[in-house]
Ligand binder design. Sequence first.
Ligand SMILES: [Zn+2]
Length: 146
Amino acid sequence: MGILEDVVLNARSAVDSVSKKAGKVLDMSKLAIAAADIKTEISRKYEILGRVVYEENTTDKDYRKSIRELIDKITELKAQLEEVNATIENAKQKIKCPACDAFNAKGSVFCNKCGEKLPTAEKNDISPDDMIDFAEDNFEDDDIGL
Ligand SMILES: [Zn+2]
């Protein structure tokens, strides 16, 4: 196996583990890092794809298989990025109770824990610290550690 194929096949192991966890953890900062990692990985894949296409067109070597694999991985990474971004959007829409700090679903009018009237979602932009609280309240330690 050539160096090029090696790079293609091994480049995304880190992204794999991050995106698998991202679905479970509503920790804003980690999700933001996961999204940034995936974006970087997509950029890298595009760069490698450009090199492979260049090689394909300037040498006798046949890189069609590598090109196909790279395109498939870029498509897969884009789907993962969408998933992480959707999770971030979903998390942002939780409403934090001003009285007891419980997190409530978007659209809730009263807190489901203490009954306090909740602020409207637009006015309640949850900070990264709040998201960490939320993650700690709702997930086991194993889920949170990336
Ligand atoms: Zn409450």
